[in-house]
Design a protein around this ligand. Structure first.
Ligand code: VG1
Ligand code: CO
Length: 544
């Protein structure tokens, strides 16, 4: 008989999930009872845990293995009947979402801090996904948070660690544990969505690609799909072995953190196509030889060209983007007469729209793109859809983008992040900005005149839930826009994100440097919010 212990605890008061689950430094999660308390709060807050099937897995970062063993013992003690995990405890976020759906699980516990660095001093995270495969809605994450502050104990099985490194079955007490190949179901799903024969023919014709898995979870998925099933040459996928510290890098697929890939793609003899993914495999970076494709543009191109893939051959029901994502996809929607939705940041807001069949594709400026195939963003899926488009059109990636701009206009775009600023300073900046909103229309900043200014409140068109204070947006008469918000995924201090864009309809002006085009918008943003004076920073920490 497996002994079930009840352990008393003093609640932790800092376990409030952010944009995508609870994220903290590894040493915070390593405190005695910390993981246990948060997971017990999840198990207490979700209805139907007794007898349920759960999916559990993570991106392989430092502390993944220990956390999984703890979660298995908590699940067993709380009456979960069956757990499905990937061998080694590995599951990319989109693969976990797929498993929850395909296996009709009650939900899943995903261990990741996504694009944040890993290792003993890096970041860790835990989030809960519900039965549709997507992140828990805010009503549930807030209930979990309330529970963490009130519970006084957790239940855990006193059992030895179980072996999860190879596919098979094991158990803790009455709870069975099924260890699956993390890639198999996901790869099978991709074969149903995109045109594998066309992509296979593309590679057979000598098409060269570089995929940087950034020493994170996507490596095994990319090797299996790109190299084994699609015939890309061995070595197409680099940094393909998931490492607990991601080789010391930031597994964030943007031009700054994927610098080696960018250098190769901008240099002589660049491959025909470059891509990268993040820590947990839900983000994607797309780069053509000599041309970085901004995630907002990538979403717009995919929306315009998706019907070239078998899964979307009948067209799209609609599209959605998060507030700070550029309006490029709106222009495609207008041209195709499709509904377009603007949501707060974070994938959880797309789930109701996808479930209701209102949209087929959606995305975020932070390199997240996805569709109705799962309820998470999906990095490798976006890369495969791009390959499908390249294979079926026979055009170089850069031509696809330039022709897109010629047809719809170009939304020059950039994001400026000010990381680890003092929380009080960041809060005051946002509060003062909010207070100034009513007086802004008609005023001019750095030559740009404010047309409209508000703090975004979202009303979900499906379930009617209202989410307020999701970002300050300022629209200028000159068809430029700036959005300000504070990050909900950081683990130290505050991160101010400033999202900048400007529309340019004139094709002869589509080859300019985004920094040059956006300079007046940057100046206006500083004049509006006093960023430099308040933060005492001359420059953002990261520009993407
Ligand atoms: C960031 C991004 C957001 C994304 C979130 C989770 O959130 O801006 O678009 O959904 O990370 O992505 P924030 O609150 O820091 O701006 V991931 O790849 O962590 O699951
Ligand atoms: Co991620």
């Amino acid at each position: 008989m497996t002994e079930i212990a009840t352990v008393s605890v003093t609640p932790f008061l800092d376990q409030r999930p952010g944009t995508s689950g609870l994220r903290k430094k590894v040493p915070v999660f390593q405190q005695p009872h910390y993981v246990e308390t948060f997971v017990q709060a999840i198990l207490d807050s979700v209805e139907g845990i007794a007898g349920a099937t759960l999916v559990v897995g993570g991106d392989g970062r430092y502390f993944n293995r220990e956390a999984i063993q703890t979660i298995l013992k908590l699940a067993a003690a709380n009456g979960v009947a069956h757990v499905i995990t990937g061998s080694g405890g590995l599951l990319s976020t989109p693969a976990a979402s797929n498993l929850i759906r395909r296996r009709k699980a009650l939900g899943g516990i995903i261990l990741s801090a996504s694009h944040n660095p890993g290792g003993p001093d890096g970041d860790f995270g835990i989030k809960y996904n519900v039965s549709h495969g997507g992140p828990a809605p805010e009503s549930l994450t807030e209930a979990v948070y309330a529970r963490t502050r009130s519970l006084n104990g957790y239940r855990i099985a006193r059992a030895p660690d179980v072996a999860i490194d190879a596919p098979g079955r094991t158990a803790i007490g009455a709870m069975t544990i099924e260890i699956v190949d993390p890639v198999a179901d996901y790869a099978a799903m991709m074969e149903q969505i995109v045109d594998f024969p066309a992509i296979r023919a593309l590679f057979a014709g000598g098409f060269r690609m570089r995929f940087d898995a950034m020493s994170a979870v996507t490596g095994p998925y990319a090797v299996e799909i790109l190299e084994r099933r699609l015939g890309a040459p061995a070595g197409t996928v680099i940094n393909s072995v998931p490492l607990p510290d991601f080789g010391g890098h930031h597994p964030d697929p943007n031009p700054v953190h994927a610098a080696a890939l960018m250098t190769e793609m901008m240099g002589p003899g660049a491959p025909d196509f470059g891509a990268a993914s993040d820590g947990d495999g839900d983000r994607n970076l797309i780069v053509a030889p000599g041309l970085f494709v901004s995630p907002s543009d990538s979403l717009a191109v995919l929306a315009a060209q998706a019907p070239l893939a078998p899964a979307y051959a009948e067209g799209l029901a609609g599209v959605a983007r998060s507030l700070p994502t550029s309006r490029a996809v709106d222009r495609v929607a207008r041209a195709l007469n499709l509904p377009v939705y603007e949501t707060p940041t974070g994938w959880k807001f797309f789930a109701t729209l996808l479930d209701a069949g209102k949209i087929t594709l959606c995305g975020e400026e932070s390199a997240g793109t996805g569709s109705n195939h799962v309820r998470e963003k999906d990095g490798l899926w976006a890369v495969l859809l791009w390959l499908n488009i390249l294979a079926r059109t026979g055009k170089p990636a850069a031509d696809i983008v330039r022709e897109h701009w010629a047809a719809h206009g170009r939304d020059y775009y950039s994001r400026h992040d000010y990381e680890e600023i003092d929380t009080a300073i960041a809060d005051a900046l946002m509060a003062d900005l909010r207070a100034s909103l009513p007086g802004l229309p008609g005023r001019t900043f750095a030559g740009l005149t404010v047309k409209a200014a508000d703090d975004f409140t979202y009303t979900d068109p499906v379930d009617g839930s209202v989410t307020a204070r999701q970002g300050v947006r300022i629209l200028f008469e000159e068809d430029a826009r700036v959005v300000f918000r504070l990050s909900g995924t950081g683990t130290s201090g505050a991160t101010l994100r400033v999202y900048l864009e400007r529309f340019e309809p004139d094709t002869s002006r589509h080859g300019l440097d985004p920094a040059e085009v956006l300079a007046p918008v940057v100046a206006a943003a500083d004049a509006l919010a006093g960023i430099r004076a308040r933060t005492k920073r001359d420059e953002p920490s990261v520009i993407t």
